[in-house]
Design a protein around this ligand. Structure first.
Ligand SMILES: Cc1ncc(COP(=O)(O)O)c(C=O)c1O
Length: 356
């Protein structure tokens, strides 16, 4: 499908990062951005423009009431040089469910995927080839209408920005330490936990900062009602291997339905492993650690892919998971997922979508 996109190309192109092995996460952007406006009841004006600052009214509703949503997906460079998006349709479907929950008008998912491919035709050569690196893609909507009464905006801007990234955590695949948060809450039943709303992330910053000051990379959120059920980590879904069975929290509306989470469950089942989506309490995890049943734990997410968890701290007590290193199940799932993403293993599940 060819779509009509007005193109205004940058007159000055930025140099690409010289050392792909040294890429961090989220500081470098490609030369162009895809944009759409919403006004008078429809999305309009698809265009590709040079990357640059936005012009916004100080009364833009996003600045006051946080009516904004986003997605995060990746494009990988395969050994033959082709550019491969990983499950992009799932991200655009989730984008629309985020939009619905935030009273933002839905967008045409097929059109968005085509628009992304158009942007990649121009800026796709920013996709790094170094193992562990990729092009991170961030579709976003913000409420741009200048208005101070509290109601859904009537004007929005949709944009896609992209940038080459390396590992999300500076330690790469090294096991991380996680702090179990039992005071602050990330989401509540009926709240925003199942969508990617900027507001959820804003609400998580203080607790995450406090945990970082204690030396922990991330927080493990518990449910906001009983403070006993394990939910998810800042930007990852969580998995625990109990007596050889992979267990993760169910999708009951308070955690994000991660695309990588769905991949982990599919890969685990394909590998003949038992995988369960069920409520899991922090006490069950602590008891399993004491009895030796807790073999491994890892987080899953687009940014970090699979991140082994070596230690958990709950109520000032630190426990070591397994031997504190990378467990065999974590490694197997990581190898399969990363192999498919980078094109070194066959894509038997139809997750890869080539750009052209
Ligand atoms: C809160 C939260 N949970 C889980 C995830 C993992 O989701 P996905 O695998 O779709 O990236 C993310 C990242 O998108 C996240 O921000």
């Amino acid at each position: 499908m060819e779509i009509l996109v007005h193109r205004q190309l940058a007159s000055h192109l930025q140099p690409h990062p010289r050392d792909e092995a040294a890429l961090g996460f989220g500081d470098i952007y490609t030369d162009h951005v895809f944009k759409l406006d919403y006004y008078d009841g429809a999305w309009r004006n698809p265009r590709i423009e040079p990357f640059g600052p936005l012009l916004l009214s100080p009364a833009a509703m996003v600045l006051h009431y946080s009516q904004t949503i986003f997605e995060g997906l990746k494009c990988y460079r395969h050994p033959d040089g082709r550019l491969a998006l990983f499950r992009p349709r799932d991200n655009f479907t989730r984008f629309n469910s985020s939009a619905s929950r935030m009273a933002i008008p839905n967008l045409d998912e097929a059109f968005l995927l085509q628009a992304l491919k158009e942007l990649l035709k121009i800026d796709g050569d920013w996709t790094p080839a170094h193992p562990g690196s990729s092009l991170y893609i961030r579709p976003t909507v913000i409420a741009t209408e200048a208005h101070l009464g509290v109601r859904p905006a009537k004007e929005y801007l949709f944009f896609i920005i992209m940038g080459p990234v390396g590992p999300y955590y500076p330690g790469g695949f090294a096991p991380i330490k996680i702090y179990v948060e039992n005071f602050y809450s990330r989401s509540a039943p009926g709240g925003l936990g199942a969508i990617k709303a900027g507001a959820s992330y804003a609400g998580s910053l203080l607790a995450t900062e406090l945990a970082a000051q204690k030396g922990y990379t991330q927080l493990l959120w518990l449910d906001s009602v009983s403070h006993k059920l394990v939910e998810e980590v800042g930007s990852m879904n969580m998995f625990f291997v109990l007596d050889g069975t992979i267990v993760t929290a169910p999708l009951t509306g308070t955690i994000l339905p991660g695309v990588t989470r769905a991949c982990v469950l599919a890969v685990a089942r394909d590998l003949g492993l038992r995988a369960e989506e069920r409520p899991l309490t922090i006490e069950e995890i602590l008891a399993a650690q004491k009895s030796g049943a807790l073999g491994e734990s890892f987080g899953s997410g687009t940014a970090a892919v699979i991140s082994p968890v070596g230690k958990l701290c709950y109520q000032n007590e630190e426990i070591v998971i397994g031997d504190g290193g990378v467990g065999p199940i974590t490694q197997k799932i990581y190898d399969e997922l990363v192999g498919v993403q980078y094109g070194t293993r066959p894509d038997i599940r139809g997750w890869v979508e080539f750009v052209s």
